[in-house]
Design a protein around this ligand. Structure first.
Ligand code: SAH
Length: 348
C-alpha cells in the first residue's frame, strides 16, 4: 500500500487516483500529510494563478425556494424563514455599489424562485452588461431547463454555480426529498457545459451520513466533469431543518479536500467559502493557504442579508461584507496574497 505522501505525489503527477486510493488518502490523513499537501497545492496554485486572490460580489436575490432540501435553512417547509426577493432595481443598485468597490464579477444566487423568469433575468443581465461590460456575471439559481440556461447565457451570463452536493445516489437521496434527483442535477451541469458556461460544482463536507467512500465518489465525479470552479464548504446545521441536531463538518477536512482539489484540478477557481469562514475566524486565510484562490464577499442589501440564512450563524458582516474589502485585503496581504480588481476568469 502506498503511503500518504506517495498518494499525494501520485495525485500531483497524474491528477488522478483510483476510488480505493481516494478513500485511503482521505481516511489516512494526519497533520504531516496535510502540511505536505498544502505546500504542494500552493506551489501549483502559484504556478497557475500567482498570488492573486479573485473576489466575487455575492448578491443573494431571493430566499423563496420551491425545493425542500433537508439541510437548507431556506427550504420550502421552513415556515419560520422570513421571505424576501430583490427587485431588478435593487439588484442593479448592488452591482453599482460593487463596481465602485472594485468587484468585476457579480454572483446572483438564490433559492429556486419562479418569480425570476427568463424574461426578467434576461433584461436584468443585459442591463448589468450594458452598465459594466468589463464584468462577468455568475448565476447560482438552481436547476432550470436547458433552454432557460441557453437564454440566460445569450443574455450575458458567463458562469453558473450548481453544486452537485454529493455524487453518491443513496447519500443524495438521504439529503433531498424524492423529487430531487442526482441525475437531473448532473444533467444540468452537462447542459451548462455544452452551452459554454464556465461551470462550478461542488459539495458539502461532513453532511449527515457522509463517508470517505462518498467523498471518493465526489472526487471521481469532479474529475470526470472537470468544472472550472469547485465550491466546497462544511455542512453547518440550521435549527429549523430536519438536520438541526446533526454535527457540523470540520474545517480540517474541508481544508484537506481543498488541497486535494487543487492537485486534481490545477486550474480550478476554488473559493474559500463563507461556511469555512463561519466555522473558523481564520477560515478564509486557511482556505487560501490550502490552495483556494477566490473569496466571495456579501454584496446583498443590509436588510435582506440576515434572511438568507442557509445555516445557523452564517457570516454576512465583518470581513464577509463587501464594504469591508479593505480589511479583507489587509488580511490577504498578511499571508502573502493580493486581492485584485479583475474578472478573474478561469486560466486555461
Ligand atoms: N438554489 C441554488 C443555491 C443554493 S445555496 C442551488 O440549488 O444551487 C448554495 C449552497 O449552499 C448549496 O449548494 C449548498 O451546498 C450550500 N448549503 C445549503 N445549506 C447548507 C448548510 N446547512 N450548510 C452548509 N452549506 C449549505
Amino acid at each position: 500500500m502506498r503511503t500518504e505522501r506517495e498518494l499525494i505525489d501520485k495525485l500531483r503527477d497524474t491528477r488522478a487516483l483510483t476510488r480505493e486510493e481516494w478513500v485511503q488518502v482521505i481516511e489516512g490523513r494526519d497533520e504531516d500529510a496535510a502540511r505536505y499537501l498544502f505546500e504542494t497545492a500552493r506551489a501549483i496554485r502559484h504556478a497557475v494563478y500567482g498570488r492573486d486572490v479573485y473576489i466575487r460580489g455575492l448578491i443573494e436575490i431571493s430566499n423563496y425556494c420551491k425545493n425542500d432540501c433537508y439541510y437548507c435553512g431556506i427550504r420550502r417547509s421552513n415556515r419560520l424563514a422570513d421571505r424576501y426577493r430583490l427587485t431588478a432595481e435593487e439588484i442593479l443598485a448592488c452591482a453599482d455599489t460593487g463596481y465602485a468597490l472594485g468587484f468585476r464579477t457579480f454572483v446572483l444566487q438564490g433559492g429556486e424562485d419562479a418569480y425570476y423568469t427568463d424574461a426578467l433575468l434576461g433584461e436584468l443581465l443585459r442591463e448589468i452588461k450594458r452598465r459594466y461590460p468589463d464584468c462577468a456575471i455568475t448565476l447560482s439559481l438552481g436547476e432550470r431547463g436547458e433552454e432557460s440556461f441557453r437564454c440566460l447565457f445569450e443574455a450575458g451570463a458567463d458562469r453558473y454555480l450548481l453544486r452537485h452536493e454529493t455524487a453518491s445516489p443513496v447519500h443524495y437521496a438521504s439529503l433531498h426529498p424524492p423529487e430531487l434527483r442526482l441525475d437531473n442535477r448532473k444533467e444540468c451541469l452537462y447542459a451548462l457545459k455544452r452551452i459554454g458556461y464556465q461551470v462550478g460544482s461542488g459539495f458539502m463536507v461532513g453532511s449527515p451520513g457522509q463517508t470517505a467512500e462518498n467523498l471518493a465518489e465526489d472526487m471521481l465525479f469532479l474529475k470526470e466533469l472537470s468544472p472550472q470552479m469547485v465550491g466546497i464548504g462544511p455542512f453547518i446545521p440550521h435549527h429549523d431543518t430536519p438536520f438541526a441536531h446533526c454535527p457540523a463538518g470540520t474545517v480540517e477536512l474541508t481544508l484537506f479536500l481543498l488541497g486535494l482539489l487543487r492537485l486534481m484540478l490545477p486550474h480550478a477557481l476554488l473559493p474559500a467559502t463563507t461556511a469555512l469562514g463561519t466555522l473558523s475566524p481564520q477560515g478564509r486565510e486557511l482556505g487560501i493557504l490550502a490552495g483556494a484562490n477566490v473569496v466571495m464577499p456579501n454584496l446583498s442589501p443590509a436588510a435582506s442579508r440576515k434572511k438568507y440564512m442557509l445555516y445557523d450563524n452564517k457570516l454576512c458582516t465583518g470581513d464577509e461584507a463587501a464594504e469591508s474589502l479593505n480589511s479583507l485585503k489587509k488580511r490577504m496581504k498578511s499571508i502573502g496574497y493580493n486581492v485584485v480588481v479583475d474578472r478573474g476568469d478561469y486560466k486555461i
